[in-house]
Design a binder for this molecule. Structure first.
Ligand code: ACO
Length: 365
């Protein structure tokens, strides 16, 4: 039998055209286009790119955006159900249940034609933000706010969550967040989704597998972990003791390290810039300053202790962005999923289009 690689580190499990990572140079591409060249586009265009393999022209983008807008609303029975869900510290549990309910309302749930999959794609991408916002407001006894079709995907989410129109920079930050979260090759949630798709299970079930895997604190759950950590540290003066204490106890500092990147994650650079701009607009840079201090402390400690640095991953400065957007920490993983759903669907379609069931072996010990 082949040598077992713990955590499948370095194992190549499949071919994909959807994204490319160079973890040494710090390069991420969606469909051959560098993330830096995509981040100023609307989320709808990047979603289209991931799912259809090319950037839309103006007419295609208008048509896709319209289809998403037409599908933003959610069934009123689902809204009532969401209000009754009791949510703990992680609202992703509610999102997972809500996506499962949405599948029941979708007559094409178990239809596997190209058209049915395109329709389900639009429903899933469009409904995620409405569900996340409705779930949060409903479970906190607030009125559920209907989508505003004059707003972009990201701006509409912030509006449905808070009830107020976001500033231009807040809307831009949300769109960028969704784009930067949208896709990342064979990360744990995408891999689990592809395993489900490889059994020819339906798209909703595959997406739910992705959600369940994203939840873990070593994956998408780290974003909430960073927000909680920042609250726990409280202010910049406490940062050094906190970080050194973690390292001494051999605990992980959330939002740092990556299996693939051995340099600065290109997404983290963009998030850092957005966080800085939001801090300035907000007139209070204390969250940003504390985050930068944590980054510096960890970098230097790692260089000193191990002779190599450690860098922030996608979850670190995105958590700072959420702080400035006033997003509650318990929503962080769900918002990550709102962006990632386009990448997941792209992988689901790619798996269906050239399928072989994914079934590795284990050494019996
Ligand atoms: N804080 C402190 N030490 C760390 C961290 C960290 N965040 N990340 C890695 N290290 C150390 C490990 O302790 C380990 O040291 P050792 O060799 O002395 O045991 C070494 O660096 C290698 O780390 P591994 O955990 O073996 O690396 P792996 O590739 O298995 O894990 C992971 C990568 C899960 C991202 C890890 O860095 C981690 O747990 N980070 C914190 C959680 C986090 O931010 N997750 C989000 C990742 S991005 C995403 O999924 C969206």
């Amino acid at each position: 039998m082949e040598e077992m690689k713990k955590g499948l580190e370095g194992v190549v499990a499949l071919d994909t055209k959807i994204s490319f990572i160079d973890g040494i140079q710090g390069i991420l591409m969606y469909r051959g286009i560098r993330i830096e060249d995509l981040v100023d586009l609307p989320y709808d265009a990047v979603s289209y790119l991931l799912i259809n393999g090319k950037l839309p022209d103006e007419a295609e983008l208008n048509e896709y955006s319209l289809k998403l807008k037409e599908n933003r609303h959610i069934n009123c029975k689902l809204v009532d159900f969401l209000k009754d869900l009791s949510l703990g510290s992680e609202e992703l549990d509610g999102l997972r249940t809500a996506i499962s309910c949405t599948a029941h309302f979708d007559e094409e749930n178990n239809h596997h034609t190209v058209d049915a999959n395109q329709n389900k794609t639009a429903r899933l991408v469009a409904k995620f933000p409405t569900i996340v916002a409705a779930l949060h407001r409903g479970s906190h006894g607030l009125d559920v706010i209907s989508p505003d079709n004059d707003l972009s995907h990201g701006a509409n989410f912030l509006y449905m969550l808070t009830g107020r129109m976001p500033t231009e920079l807040e809307a831009e930050a949300m769109e960028k967040d969704l784009i930067l979260s949208a896709e990342h090759e064979l990360n744990p949630s995408t891999f689990s989704l592809r395993i489900a798709a490889s059994t020819l299970s339906d798209m909703y079930s595959a997406v739910i597998c992705g959600l369940c895997t994203l939840k873990g604190p070593l994956h998408g759950g780290a974003r909430k972990g960073v927000m909680d950590m920042m609250d726990e540290i409280g202010n910049i003066e406490n940062a050094k003791d906190y970080v050194l204490g973690k390292l001494e106890r051999k605990e992980k500092v959330m939002g740092f390290g990556h299996r693939v990147y051995k340099t600065y994650d290109p997404r983290a650079k963009i998030y850092k810039d957005v966080a800085r701009r939001l801090a300035i607009e907000n007139g209070d840079t204390s969250w940003f300053d504390m985050a930068e201090e944590i980054e510096h402390i960890l970098y230097h400690e790692f260089v000193e202790m191990r002779g190599k640095p450690i860098y922030p991953n996608v979850d670190f400065y995105s958590a700072v962005v959420y702080k400035y957007l006033d997003v509650p920490a318990e929503l962080a993983t769900s918002i990550f999923a709102m962006g990632r759903v386009s990448g997941w669907i792209a992988h689901c379609m790619e798996q269906y289009s050239d399928n072989r069931v994914i079934r590795p072996r284990a050494h019996t010990i």
